[in-house]
Design a protein around this ligand. Structure first.
Ligand SMILES: NC(=O)c1ccc[n+]([C@@H]2O[C@H](COP(=O)([O-])OP(=O)(O)OC[C@H]3O[C@@H](n4cnc5c(N)ncnc54)[C@H](OP(=O)(O)O)[C@@H]3O)[C@@H](O)[C@H]2O)c1
Length: 310
């Protein structure tokens, strides 16, 4: 029997944004424990273009469909899947590629979509809200009264980290460029540092937790603002363990969200406690422009590919 076909963005070799091609490809079939999702929207994460450039340490099989973050509707369930049914709206993560009309995802990596937001908005949550949730709530265990510094506070991860830390009752400090200062305040930050005019080390000290989403020099300069016994979480660099031991600072990298985490995030969104923000929306056929936009490293919120209408 002929496979059903779908449109997807694929690339056949590492390279610039021009390797991204819109192609007609076979629609995937859900395996045991998986769900086939009709993708309505895909989040465009910085890691997507890092993988495309061959910069990310993971094996890639060509042709490769990029994207891990999705929002869509269950089309079919594989054997053993009891928690989802055809027609339900979901969001979450897959390793099978989301820049496509359909994808398959493990049932434990997706959850019911928040009712109060669109599919485009729900596509911002995986790799954004989930990463921030793990760093602030689960691994960082931020509690009331903690002082938390979030670098890149306007980004797809940072905007959620500010809100989760505030929800936990922390004193929250964010760094952002001048065009995003008011935005970070509107998310609830107590202090916003414009990184183009002020060195954060001069403005803040004795922080309980730093979430670094920038890496490089920003990560290097962050050691001096964490109190002894505090934590440094970097999702953009690798803090050296020997330095952490010497300074008495706990270091962490990102950890993967469970569908329990996804459910918590969906609830906070539907209760109006946490908001998302879309930087810009592109069509599937404009994935090249979406990657070029993401590569600029600036902006407010997540870039999204709008793939299907309701
Ligand atoms: N491991 C994981 O699970 C995981 C998940 C998601 C992301 N990441 C990584 O984390 C990093 C950030 O991801 P993202 O999705 O949040 O990126 P993003 O949406 O592209 O946002 C980047 C943000 O950084 C800000 N920025 C740029 N230079 C800055 C500086 N020197 N100081 C403070 N802010 C600065 C920009 O704001 P302005 O416009 O104001 O400059 C922009 O809002 C990427 O390297 C990504 O690969 C890792």
């Amino acid at each position: 029997m002929m496979n059903k076909m779908m449109q997807a963005i694929r690339y056949h070799q590492f390279g610039g944004a021009d390797v991204l091609q819109l192609e007609q490809v076979p629609r995937p079939e859900p395996q045991a424990g998986e769900v086939l999702v009709k993708v309505y929207a895909a989040g465009v994460l910085p890691v997507d273009w890092k993988i495309r450039k061959g910069l990310f340490p993971m094996p890639v099989q060509f042709p490769h469909i990029p994207g891990t973050a999705l929002a869509g509707v269950v089309e079919e369930v594989g054997s053993g899947v009891t928690q989802f049914q055809k027609g339900q709206a979901v969001f979450g993560r897959t390793t099978k590629g989301t820049y496509a009309e359909y994808t398959t995802a493990p049932a434990e990596a997706i959850a019911h979509k928040p009712l109060s937001i669109s599919f485009d908005e729900a596509a911002t949550l995986s790799g954004g809200a989930t990463t921030a949730w793990r760093a602030i709530v689960i691994d960082g265990v931020v509690k009331a009264g903690d002082r938390v510094l979030v670098h890149g506070a306007a980004g797809g991860v940072g905007l959620f980290a500010i809100q989760f830390a505030k929800w936990k009752g922390a004193y929250v400090i964010g760094t952002a460029g001048p065009s995003n200062v008011d935005f970070i305040h509107s998310l609830g930050a107590d202090t916003v540092i414009d990184y183009t005019t002020t060195s954060f080390e001069q403005a803040v000290q004795d922080v309980d937790l730093v979430l670094d989403t920038i890496g490089g020099e920003t990560l290097e300069r962050s050691w001096s603002v964490v109190r002894r016994g505090g934590s440094l979480v970097s999702i953009a660099g690798q803090p050296p363990l020997n330095k952490a031991q010497e300074l008495g600072i706990r270091v962490m990298r990102s950890s993967l969200a469970t569908n329990h985490d996804l459910d918590h995030i969906a609830k906070l969104i539907d209760e109006g406690i946490v908001k998302t923000f879309i930087e810009k929306t592109f069509t599937l056929s404009d994935a090249r422009q979406a990657h070029e936009h993401s590569q600029s490293g600036h902006g407010r919120g997540r870039i999204v590919l709008h793939i299907a209408d309701m």
